[in-house]
Design a protein around this ligand. Sequence first.
Ligand SMILES: [Zn+2]
Ligand SMILES: [Zn+2]
Length: 427
Amino acid sequence: MPRFAGTTFGVLFIFVCGAATGIYTMRGTVQPQFVASASAQQSDRPRPAVISPTKARADRDIYFPGTEDLRPDEMRVTALGTGMPSARPKQAAACFLVELGNGDKFLFDIGSGSHERIAAQKIPYDYLDKVFIGHLHVDHFGDLPTFWLGGTTMNRLVPLRVWGPSGSKPELGTEYCMEKMQEMYQWDIGTRSGVIDFRGGELQVNEFPFDAVNEIIYNENDVVIRSIPAIHGLDGAVSFILEWNDLKFVYGSDTYPNKWYIEHAAGADLAIHECFLPPTLLIKKQGFAPLEALSVGTQGHTSPEQFGKVMSIVKPRIAVGYHFYNDFDTEPEVRRRVRKTFDGPLSLAVDYMVWNVTKDDIKVRMAAKDEEVWPSPPLKEKIAPDFRNAVPISEFTLSGREEFREVVLPLYEEINEIYGTEFKPGL
Ligand SMILES: [Zn+2]
Ligand SMILES: [Zn+2]
């Protein structure tokens, strides 16, 4: 049964049988409810939603993270970054979360600013251990360090697994990038390893060839993920195809329209592809020179018209365009241009847009964000850190400590009294 705001309610079923109309819960008790009259049901008028003064609304138009069951055959996709390289309050840079009815969860890109949106999904971090990076632009993996190391303070106790493409030489590949990232964060790591349970600080990197064409890069638990080449920046940009339970999800990290996407994304249930601002808006709103706007907007990236062409061939059940500042004055213009070349189901994504996908239905809603979200408690029991990994602190720094024992000791006494322990202050 679905959980609403932490409480389990009976699922409401409407039984219409001749003249007998009633609302029943799973427990079989009849609830006094407002329902459509028989005459209204016989007319063309839509039936009013079931409304009760005391019960939760089952047919909500907004997704509240952490409150809905995922059906065993269902895929939920949440946009957690849909904007441009510079994150802004309304839109982080590229990041999409895919959750499957078998419990698996995958992050596709993790661009600047997306970590807070990931946190707002209220998912324990042990479940968020798989990140697929389409290319190494900072707007597609800029929040990986904070998600990786910050995740250790959000109670992730399993290693973080990262998949990403090779480049034309080792220094341009994901493995090299991750190695250097770990070197770069030695100070941060030094403050934690040997001090806390740091199992979540382990990074497992899986680099695969950037020119792999529809080759399997992940195959676990009946989920298969393939990589196809993309055309963007340098060698080393890819798109991903996830297949599970007869559902097909395609994620295009940045790319110029390309033959691999068109061939292998065909027939997707949900296909995401960049849809950049048109050159006219790049000039008007961002001060691009005309040639620069044409070059960036149609050669480096995919304009709305080009996006529409791609989708008109791919024919997904729903096409999702992202990677532009999506506002009241830009969305209609981008949509108008997409509609020149594509007339199928379309979402122009903003952050917190959610798609619930099954074989029978695709529901598109917005998610509510919880700005006061806290880390979920750890799923595993924490283990004592290996103190031998602790990085020593100099006598110089320690000599500056003001201990304030008169205020710290009572804190220890308070905890010792509650938990029956005998802890004493000290580093
Ligand atoms: Zn890029
Ligand atoms: Zn990008």
